[in-house]
Design a protein around this ligand. Sequence first.
Ligand SMILES: NC(=O)N[C@H](N)C(=O)O
Ligand SMILES: [Mn+2]
Length: 278
Amino acid sequence: DDGFCSAPSIAESDEKTKPIYWKATNPTLSPSHLQDLPGFTRSVYKRDHALITPESHVYSPLPDWKNTLGAYLITPATGSHFVMYLAKMKEMSSSGLPPQDIERLVFVVEGAVTLTNTSSSSKQLTVDSYVYLPPNFHHSMDCVESATLVVFERRYEHLGSHTTELIIGSTDKQPLLETPGEVFELRKLLPMSLAYDFNIHIMDFQPGEFLNVKEVHYNQHGLLLLEGQGIYRLGDNWYPVQAGDVIWMAPFVPQWYAALGKTRSRYLLYKDVNRNPL
Ligand SMILES: NC(=O)N[C@H](N)C(=O)O
Ligand SMILES: [Mn+2]
């Protein structure tokens, strides 16, 4: 009647009053309906990339953590040299330590945790804040109510006499960086100095903005879409994505993103840097 196409949203009470077989002649492609289809998932796992969407996340107790469920989404089994997992901390929970020589970055997606370590007083980490923990750095994260964390860990690759330090920060305190030839806004959570063998980029796109470079590079990525929706190209595949989706990108997989929808896209991206690939 309005002269344009739209997918009507049908309230649950409406569904009960509809005649038998009405869905056969009123299909809809709305994402919320697709998610209800038995066995349907947008998740994909291929040699050089994976898309792992929330309906596929599988949680189990995290070794050495108390009262915490974790979903390992990227691990060396997928081909990466790092792990990326979501940790859901419940009431009165606490973290375990990473194995020896493993560095860790934790970003708070929801809730709050208290970070304690032997060298300084406790710090409260709330949504959008993060901590980088050098290898073999004793610490504990404790949660009174609940929190969701995204955690990256990898074996630290030493370079000369450089060493890394404890870093605590939040995205909004990080300066915007130059992005020659690109339109997205870029912040980095770690210093760009040689000591650090990876960084976490926070990238913001307004709807309609996209990567100008159709990237192919030696670095690996682990991505969590924090806000918005769009299309991710990985190799010859084009994926509709939305907040909550996780992507693994192997070295050299062609990659490109265009933000769509009505709100800003923001993603958090692991990238190995500062080391000779040999
Ligand atoms: N897929 C990406 O967003 N890649 C980044 N622009 C990067 O490699 O820095
Ligand atoms: Mn890239």
